[in-house]
Design a protein around this ligand. Structure first.
Ligand SMILES: [Zn+2]
Length: 167
C-alpha cells in the first residue's frame, strides 16, 4: 500500500474515502454507500467490520461527556447539578453519536487500512493504487516474510539481489 497512514486518517477524518479521497460516500447522514464510487473500495472489509466504528463512536461520546461534565461541575461547584445541566448532558449524549456517526465510519475504515493494507478482494481498481505509488516504482508485493527468503525449490540462488525476479 503506497498511501501513508497520516493521509489515510486525514481523508477519513474529512468523511472521505481513505484510499482515493472521494467524498459523497453517504446517501443520507446514516446511510453509507457499500463501496466507494471513486475507487471501488468495499467499505465493509470483513464480517463485523463496523464494530470498530461503534467503538470509536462510544469513545468519542464518552470523552465529550466526561470533559463536559467536568467543566460544568468545575464551574458550578459546590452547587449540585440542576435540571439545565442534566438536560445538557442528555442532549450531548444523544446528539454527539448521531453527529459523529459518518466520521466514525470513514475514520475507522482508515484505521483498518493502516492495520490491514489493501488486498485484492477489497474491490479497489488496481489503477487507483498504481497511480498513487511514490516515485521509484512499486513496492514488492506479498507478505514481507514471504518475499525476503529465497524459495527452497530454486537451487543456485545465492545472491540476494537476484531474489524477487521472475519465477
Ligand atoms: Zn475511494
Amino acid at each position: 500500500m503506497a498511501l501513508s497512514g497520516s493521509l489515510l486518517l486525514r481523508r477519513g477524518a474529512m468523511r472521505r474515502c481513505p484510499v482515493c479521497g472521494q467524498g459523497h460516500l453517504f446517501r443520507r447522514w446514516f446511510l453509507m454507500e457499500s463501496a466507494c464510487p471513486g475507487c471501488g473500495l468495499v467499505f465493509r472489509r470483513a464480517p463485523g467490520h463496523w464494530l470498530g466504528s461503534w467503538f470509536l463512536n462510544v469513545l468519542v461520546v464518552q470523552s465529550v461527556l466526561v470533559a463536559g461534565i467536568s467543566v460544568v461541575v468545575a464551574l458550578t461547584w459546590p452547587a449540585r447539578l440542576n435540571a439545565w445541566s442534566i438536560g445538557l448532558v442528555v442532549a450531548v449524549a444523544l446528539s454527539v453519536p448521531a453527529l459523529f456517526f459518518p466520521f466514525s465510519r470513514t475514520i475507522w475504515t482508515a484505521i483498518d487500512l493502516v492495520m490491514r493494507p489493501l488486498d485484492f478482494d477489497d474491490g479497489v481498481d488496481p489503477g487507483v493504487e498504481l497511480s498513487q505509488l511514490p516515485p521509484g516504482g512499486p513496492r514488492p508485493r506479498g507478505r514481507p516474510w514471504e518475499r525476503s527468503s529465497p524459495s527452497p525449490d530454486s537451487p543456485g540462488r545465492h545472491d540476494p539481489r537476484e531474489s524477487g525476479g521472475s519465477r
